[in-house]
Design a protein around this ligand. Structure first.
Ligand code: PMP
Ligand code: GLU
Length: 397
């Protein structure tokens, strides 16, 4: 008899990846779907990175790498953290994994015991709560809304902490909201964390290079909590390398050792070729990420201006990443033919089937009144998509 584990039965399918698959399925039937669901840069990996990968193949860098990563990559990450972020993490404190998602999974599985509480501000990235569940931890969700620019306050954080709280999961710039915490806001949160010596902060900084308001600020900069901040980052977003699958954690040494032990049993070191490519990316200057960031800011302006004009869409101005996250509850109850829009999932399906534009319903991010649109697409595609969305929404009665 087919019987899966309780662990896997409790796990939800990744909605971002599922929506992307739905749009691929429709495309394979010849339908011209514009996919604004999955979040990945539409740029190509820079040529110098591809060259480094080709060289690695020609140099026969084709054997297992050390589990936490090649020493030159660990060194590159350590230097990057100092150069770009002013943070000191020794190479031994870095573990390179198969994407930031894997780095996060390692950290949560190594840190969280059954029923340990993890504070997750909503809207959150889809995989956070599922990975906490996989680690048998308990998600403690702090609600935010468009009115507070989707940011938690120090009071909300303090109120959510209990003797069982093990970690706070923070994402800035944020997926799915695009919000960016300021230095002062992070300082105020760090002050609360400082008062709880058993609390760790897992800081997902994967969108650090896609920031429209200036310098990236990490919560790891605050001395009082420095040795309790775990950084998750990688090359997927900043260097247009989603398919290469390289991410990393920077953690206290004892946790890095634990992540390495876990990874040694589950996946071994990440792809040797992709590691060499990532070393070239991380050692380079920031001209490629800056070029992408400039393109994203233009697209953000275009998308926000158009979404604002659509009745029923309420939108803030994202300050980083490449997502718009409008509130769409004003459309609930509206009808199309025999169908009714009762929630964001209905709206996403209506827009996919009628306008052939794929987006992700907010429920997946713990925000059921919202819908996420990734603007990591060309301007012409975005304009076409927004024309279609506007028309389809106007047809709702
Ligand atoms: N964190 C956030 C907030 C993300 O949006 C993503 C993108 N999927 C990841 C982590 C994981 O990135 P990676 O491709 O490196 O696994
Ligand atoms: N970060 C992207 C997103 O949220 C990639 C998809 C994923 O890894 O879930 O769409």
């Amino acid at each position: 008899m087919e019987k899966l584990s309780e662990r896997i039965n409790k796990l939800a399918v990744s909605e971002t990846l599922a929506m992307s698959q739905k749009s691929r399925d429709l495309r394979s039937k010849g339908i011209n779907v514009i996919n604004l669901s999955v979040g990945e840069p539409d740029f190509h990996t820079p040529d110098f990175v591809k060259e480094a990968a080709k060289k690695a193949i020609d140099d026969n860098i084709t054997f297992y790498s050390p589990v936490p990563g090649f020493p030159d990559l660990l060194e590159a990450v350590s230097k990057k953290l100092l150069r770009e972020n002013g943070l000191t993490y020794a190479p031994e404190q870095i573990v390179v994994s198969n994407g930031a998602k894997h780095a996060l999974a390692n950290v949560l599985l190594a840190l969280i015991d059954r029923d340990d509480e993890v504070i997750v501000p909503a809207p959150y990235w889809v995989s956070y709560v599922e990975l906490v569940k996989l680690a048998e931890g308990k998600n403690v969700v702090i609600e935010t809304s468009i009115e507070s620019d989707f940011k938690i306050t120090p009071k909300q954080l303090a109120d959510a902490i209990t003797p069982r709280t093990k970690a706070l999961l923070l994402c800035s710039p944020s997926n799915p909201t695009g919000s960016v915490y300021t230095r002062n806001e992070l300082a105020a949160l760090a002050e609360v964390v400082a008062g709880h010596p058993n609390l760790y902060v897992i800081s997902d900084e994967i969108y650090e290079h896609i920031n429209f308001v200036g310098k990236h600020e990490s919560i790891a900069q605050f001395e009082a909590i420095r040795d309790r901040v775990i950084i998750i980052n990688g090359v997927s977003k900043g260097y247009a390398m989603t398919g290469w699958r390289i991410g990393y954690s920077a953690t206290p040494l004892w946790l890095a050792k634990a992540c390495s032990k876990l990874q040694g049993q589950v996946t071994s070191g990440a792809s040797s070729i992709a590691q060499k490519a990532s070393t070239a990316a991380i050692n380079s200057d920031l001209s490629y990420p800056r070029m992408m960031c400039e393109a994203f800011i233009k697209r953000r302006d275009l998308v926000i201006e158009r979404l604002r004009r659509i009745p029923g869409f309420k939108i803030n101005v994202p300050q980083g990443a490449f997502y718009a996250f409008p509130e769409i509850s004003a459309l609930f109850g509206k009808k199309h033919g025999d169908g009714v829009i009762n929630n964001a999932a209905d709206l996403a399906m209506y827009l996919l089937n009628t306008a052939h534009v794929a987006m992700v319903p907010g429920g997946a991010f713990g925000a059921p009144n919202y819908i996420r649109l990734s603007y990591a697409a060309s301007e012409s595609q975005l304009i076409e998509a927004l024309d279609r969305i506007e028309k389809a929404v106007a047809e709702l009665k």
